[in-house]
Design a protein around this ligand. Structure first.
Ligand code: C2E
Ligand code: CA
Ligand code: CA
Ligand code: CA
Length: 285
């Protein structure tokens, strides 16, 4: 049977390609890990900032810091690629500390530029978050940059619960005492049950882009999003939806009473100096 033969042949070729790709990917990862070490010592990183806006008015209410790696030969490498590698090697610890320091320095510069100040949210890897001395690091950075704690927010994912909820709860409470709010990132993509939401003293949740993508066409996704927003509001939490690309998505989320939105529809992540010239964060008269 000809058709079958073709399929088999194709299948075999696909398998060979796949194996080749996988090996290449491994070699690539080994190289990148090595380059990461060098990059840390030679400041090849930069922080970009993406506005988080009020769902109704579209005015900037916050900024999320997103790290960028300018690789000397490969150009810009996505954090989606190198953050997981840095987590595997432990390099996320010095990298994460650099990100925190730079974000607070930049926030202090924005404050000095007399901008209508909005908080800057920094992504914290679970490894970094649960590590001994994290709170002390945060305090030291705030002290060194003279940034009031209310202008720093931290974004963590539910993997902070990996060593058990108690530790995460204690850490988030400590941050709360300092005046730093914590957001639960990538909400809905993880493994946990909803019950941990009840226990974590977080301030907001960020609904993952996966739920937002086809919110207009997929009734099930829309139902989940509506359920989460309603539940979160009953718990006194603020809801941010990520990855808004179309006006219909904004309209849908406004109708569902989502508080804040983030996505290319409003602004892409951009360097600090571009943020400084955004019309709605300029000094108010
Ligand atoms: P995340 O924390 O969920 O960040 C949001 C990601 O969505 C960012 O990707 C952002 O550029 C992207 N995004 C925003 N709006 C849209 C949109 O409308 N459409 C689409 N398609 N994407 C949108 P980015 O900057 O590539 O970062 C990827 C991930 O890398 C982040 O996901 C976060 O998990 C991690 N990451 C980035 N910076 C840091 C950092 O400084 N520290 C740590 N630990 N992780 C970081
Ligand atoms: Ca985030
Ligand atoms: Ca996210
Ligand atoms: Ca994400």
């Amino acid at each position: 049977d000809l058709a079958m033969g073709d399929a088999k042949q194709q299948g075999r070729n696909t398998w060979h390609w796949y194996k080749g790709d996988e090996q290449r990917a491994t070699e690539e990862a080994v190289r990148l890990r090595h380059d990461l070490h060098y990059a840390l010592q030679h400041e090849q990183f930069e922080l970009y900032y993406q506005p988080i806006v009020d769902a109704v008015s579209g005015r900037t209410r916050g900024l999320e810091a997103l790290v960028r790696w300018h690789h000397p030969e490969r150009g810009m490498i996505s954090p989606g690629v190198f953050i997981p590698l840095a987590e595997q090697t432990g390099q996320i610890i010095p990298l994460g500390r650099w990100v925190l320091m730079r974000a607070c320095q930049d926030a202090a510069v924005m404050q000095a530029a007399n901008m209508r100040m909005v908080p800057v949210a920094v992504n914290i890897s679970s490894l970094q978050f649960r590590r001994e001395g994290f709170i002390e690091d945060v305090l030291q950075v705030l002290d060194e940059t003279k940034l009031p704690s209310e202008f720093l927010e931290l974004e963590v994912t539910e993997s902070v619960l990996l060593d058990g909820a108690e530790k995460a709860i204690a850490l988030i409470n400590q941050l709360k005492d300092i005046g730093i709010r914590v957001a639960l990132d990538d909400f809905g993509t993880g493994f946990s049950s909803l019950s941990y939401l009840r226990d974590l003293p977080i301030h907001k949740i960020k609904l993952d882009r996966a739920f937002i993508q086809d919110i207009v066409s997929d009734r099930n996704n829309a139902a989940i999003v509506q359920g989460v927003i309603t539940m979160a509001h009953h718990m006194g939490l603020v809801v941010v939806a990520e990855g808004i690309e179309a006006p219909e998505q904004q309209q849908d989320l406004v109708r569902r009473c989502c508080d804040l939105l983030q996505g290319f529809l409003f602004a892409r992540p951009m360097p600090r100096d571009a943020i400084l010239s955004l019309p709605d964060v300029l000094p108010s008269e």
